[in-house]
Structures are given as C-alpha cells and as structure tokens.
Design a protein around this ligand. Structure first.
Ligand code: 6MZ
Length: 347
C-alpha cells in the first residue's frame, strides 16, 4: 500500500462497484502465483505500479497481460478470487461487485464457462465461510476482442444471470479504450440490456471517445466507469453531461488508477470534483487495487484529503453508493440497515 490509512477509513463500511478481478490481485497472492509458475520468470515488479510511479495507459494494459499469464487455470482463478474477496472484506467492504473477462486457455482446459463457474464457486465458498461481504459478479467484455466475442459473452452472461441465484447481475465493457469502436458492440450491449443484464460501461477514459460515449449513452447504461473526459472542462460536451444527469447515471470514479495511468494529471484535477460538486451520484472505487497498489480505504482517504471532505461527507458518499448497486431493493435495504447500525455517534 502506498500510504498509511487512518482507522476511520478502514472501519468505514464501504461499497466497491468497480473492481477488475485480475487487476485486484495483491502482492501476497502474486507471490503464491509466481511460486506456482517459476518457469515464467515473472517478478513482482512487473505486476504492480508503486508509490509515485506512473505508467501510460498502454503500459498498464501490458501489466494485465503479465498477470493473465500467471492466472490461467481454474485453480488459480479460485485462489485469486477468494483472496481478493477476503481482502476487500478485511478492508471494510460490505458489498462488492467484481468484474472479470472470461478467458479460455487451451493449454490448461480453462473455458469461458468454467471461468465464470469458478468465480461463482469462490463467491459461494466465501459466503459459506461466513466472510462478512455480499459479492456479486459482472461478466466483462474486452472491447479488443470485437463484436462476435462480445455477443458470445452476452449470451453466456444471460445464461448465468438466470442460473446463478442472483450472483451474476450484469455486464461490464472494458479493455484498452484506444482499440475498436463502441458502435460495433451496440447489438451485443442492446441485447444484454433487453434481457435484464445491468450495464456498466467504461466511457471516455481517453479524450478521443466522445462520439462513442454519446452513442452508448443512448442505451442508456446503468453506470459509467471513469467518464474522465465527458465534461466540457476537459474537452467533453455539455450535451453529454446533460444526458448523464437526466438519466441519473452514477459514475464509478477511481482516483489512483487515473493518476497512475496518467489520464488525469494529479489528484486535485480529478473529475471527482466536477461531478461531486454537482451533487451527481459518484462512487469511489479502486479499479485495480493490486496493479495500482491501493485499497478502497485509501481511495476514500485520498478523496477526503484532496477535496477537503469532512467525515460526515465521507460517510454520506459511502452510504449513497448503496443506491447505485445492481442487486435488488431488498439487498439495498439490508445494506442501509447495516450502515445505520455501524454509524458512529459522533464523527
Ligand atoms: C479499461 C481495464 C482497466 O477482466 O482479467 N481493465 N479496462 N480501463 C482500465 N483502466 C486502468 N483496468 C482493467 O481484469 C483485467 C482486465 O480488466 C480490464 C482490461 O480488459 C484488463 O485486461 P480481468 O479480471
């Protein structure tokens, strides 16, 4: 972890809505994976970006490729998912929506179906062990793989949505934002929406995506990942902002990820400020806690120290995130009760 985190932020009950499984692998778990696969000659420095370090977004995507080499069997996925879930729980996360791109690995027999089944197994195992966290799964589309794979992924997600007892709730669109165009993925995303899968789409993570964002906002998505370049101050447009506001589409905001990936120049220039000041639903998230060496407590603390938030403000941000989850109303009610029970008498 980059910084000391105050106990207030660790004890704060939190909701995590934007966490990519393979980007969330901690250094401890990476060590275990490296010892399983010494022949790959992967060192820990290749899988994480430490304090004060920056990478281009392109370099970040190279890091995921290294991690994918380390996580290529059902056994690996089970271990990684269980470790990640327990780490979020230890950090005070009470509700987590994990997302991951199902991968097939011919050499190990891993299929996209068994990939999803294994993540579900990890969630169920943590539940049966009584880990204090409610975990759901979003199946991810990597935009790099094109429209046919996207459609296949939607069909698979649809099946699991119907058979997983509420664990698979939706779909994520992610991957290198400079590759491909969302227009080609519209039929798959539209189908997902029509069958009841919730949609969280990475939008305008880089400046060149405004036209794509305008198009995808017509779906409309249920949440937006990053949305770094949507607003006019950074080359976005008022009409795009209006669409987001009219549809009340929450944003998932990941401060350290955007600063280390250099799409945002520094913490104080993060677009959290723009959306939060407008009173628009903005959820603080980690994105890839392993790769960016952070955790959710630290992200809340950074937001507070950068933007001068009081402890009450911070509490409200974490509480309001409950309204942005994809699980149904009864789950929201249970979480709201949990927050009431855990609220300190004085801040
Ligand atoms: C876009 C990202 C991302 O799916 O193998 N991913 N996509 N922008 C980002 N900002 C930094 N961070 C992660 O987790 C890794 C995958 O998540 C997506 C990429 O597709 C990456 O390969 P999974 O669990």
């Amino acid at each position: 972890m980059d910084n000391e985190v105050d106990v207030f932020y660790q004890e704060l009950p939190k909701v995590e809505l934007h966490a990519h499984l393979n980007g969330s692998v901690s250094s401890q778990t990476i060590e275990k994976l490296i010892s399983r696969k010494p022949h790959l000659n992967i060192e820990h420095g290749m899988t994480a970006i430490g304090k004060g370090q920056r990478r281009t977004l392109d370099e970040c995507f190279q890091v995921f490729k290294v991690i994918h080499q380390l996580v290529d069997t059902e056994e690996d996925i089970l271990m990684v998912a269980i470790d990640v879930i327990k780490e979020f729980a230890a950090d005070g996360v009470k509700y987590l929506e994990l997302r991951s791109t199902p991968r097939e690995e011919k050499t190990t027999g891993l299929t996209k179906r068994s990939y999803i089944e294994t993540v579900i197994k990890a969630i169920q195992q943590c539940r049966s062990e009584g880990v204090d966290i409610d975990v759901r799964f979003l199946v991810a589309i990597d935009r790099r793989n094109g429209p046919e794979v996207a459609m296949e992924t939607v069909k698979l997600a649809e099946e699991f949505m119907l058979s997983s007892d509420g664990l698979v709730l939706g779909l994520d669109l992610s991957g290198d934002p400079t590759v491909g165009h969302g227009r080609d993925l519209l039929p798959a995303l539209q189908r997902a929406k029509n069958c009841g899968l919730k949609l969280s789409l990475h939008l305008s993570e880089v400046p060149s995506q405004l036209e794509e964002s305008e198009l995808l906002l017509n779906l409309p998505p249920d949440r937006i990942g990053h949305g770094t370049f949507l607003h006019p101050e950074v080359g976005g447009s008022q009409s795009v902002v209006d669409k987001v506001v009219e549809n009340k589409i929450p944003l998932e905001l990941c401060l350290t990820s955007n600063v280390k990936g250099q799409t945002v120049p520094c913490y104080s220039k993060h677009h959290f400020k723009y959306w939060y000041q407008m009173g628009h639903p903005s959820v603080i998230c980690t994105d890839d806690k392993g790769v960016f060496s952070t955790d959710l407590s630290q992200e809340y603390q950074l937001a507070a120290s950068t933007f001068g938030l009081s402890r009450e403000d911070v509490w409200k941000i974490s509480q309001q995130a409950i309204d942005c989850i994809f699980a149904p109303d009864n789950v929201k009610q249970q979480l709201k009760q949990k927050w009431i029970d855990l609220q300190p008498q004085v801040f």
